[in-house]
Design a protein around this ligand. Structure first.
Ligand code: OOG
Ligand code: MG
Length: 262
């Protein structure tokens, strides 16, 4: 750690205020170039602590930048991890007020719902499948608090990996009923196909992303609790949306899920 506790708390407040007021800020590594990975996750932890102190409930975790499409789009080469609280969760079909967000983008996600906890180190895709109750289609709405969605990995980790809203819906399917790698993904915006891919775009198998998350948390003395929702990472590049848009995700075998922006 290179930053002291006071600076971590100030940066967490700075980024969470940007989120709550839907105002963009410059990336924090511009002002704190010496910030390290532990500092970045400590800022993210402090944002979670602030939300929990106001009554928010931790409902799961997310892996991000787990597909080449996303890594290429954002110019980074390593996955990152964030948290999900109940206030990010919207029902399937919901209308999301775009004015509460800075510059939202949507991405198709394969969501894992766990029946058993997962704890690293040593977690692998097999352990993830054994611990998973079902998988479901998910749409994540990301909204980087950084100007023009431009950041480096440490800045985006501190900003809880751009997490803003998410919905899960469609059909819940046990993991042994489908092949996670060949699961076809079609994302439509306003009735037009905007992006397509298959599950294998996420690290060869999205269960690998969940295992990486468990290993990341394990290294920090944490686990993914039973009952958690885990978003395994955008399967395609993220698509910008604005008021008036509607998006639908079709996941082969798992049905469809839509969101609207007003
Ligand atoms: C970082 C968040 C990435 C994903 O699924 O790749 C993410 C970003 O692209 O702003 O949630
Ligand atoms: Mg995502």
């Amino acid at each position: 750690m290179n930053l002291d506790a006071k600076t971590i708390a100030q940066l967490a407040e700075h980024l969470e205020t940007a989120e709550l007021q839907a105002r963009d800020v410059t990336k924090i590594t511009d002002d704190f170039p010496g910030m390290d990975w532990d500092d970045a996750y400590a800022i993210q932890d402090e944002i979670l602590r602030r939300k929990q102190a106001r009554g928010a409930r931790l409902v799961g975790y997310k892996a991000g930048l787990t597909s080449h499409a996303k890594m290429r789009q954002m110019g980074v080469d390593t996955p990152c991890f964030g948290f999900l609280v109940d206030e990010f969760c919207v029902p399937e079909g919901a209308e999301i007020p775009a004015g509460a967000l800075i510059h939202p983008k949507v991405e198709p996600e394969i969501a894992f719902i766990l029946k058993h906890p997962l704890r690293g180190p040593g977690c692998h895709a097999g352990a993830v499948l054994a611990a998973t109750e079902c998988i479901m289609p998910g749409i994540e709405v990301i909204d980087s608090r950084y100007r023009d969605f431009k950041f480096d990995l440490k800045s985006v980790i501190a900003d809880n990996t751009s997490a803003a809203r998410f919905a899960i819906g469609g059909r819940a399917v046990p993991v042994d009923r489908t092949d996670l790698r060949t699961l076809g993904v079609v994302l439509e915006k306003n009735g037009q196909v905007a992006a397509t891919a298959a599950g294998a775009a996420v690290l060869g198998n999205p269960a690998v992303a969940v295992a990486m998350l468990a290993n990341h948390l394990g290294a920090r003395g944490l686990e993914i609790p039973a009952g958690s929702i885990v978003l395994s990472g955008g399967v395609t590049e993220a698509i910008a949306v604005e008021a008036g848009d509607h998006v639908t995700l079709h996941l082969h075998d798992l049905g469809s899920l839509s969101l609207r922006f007003a």
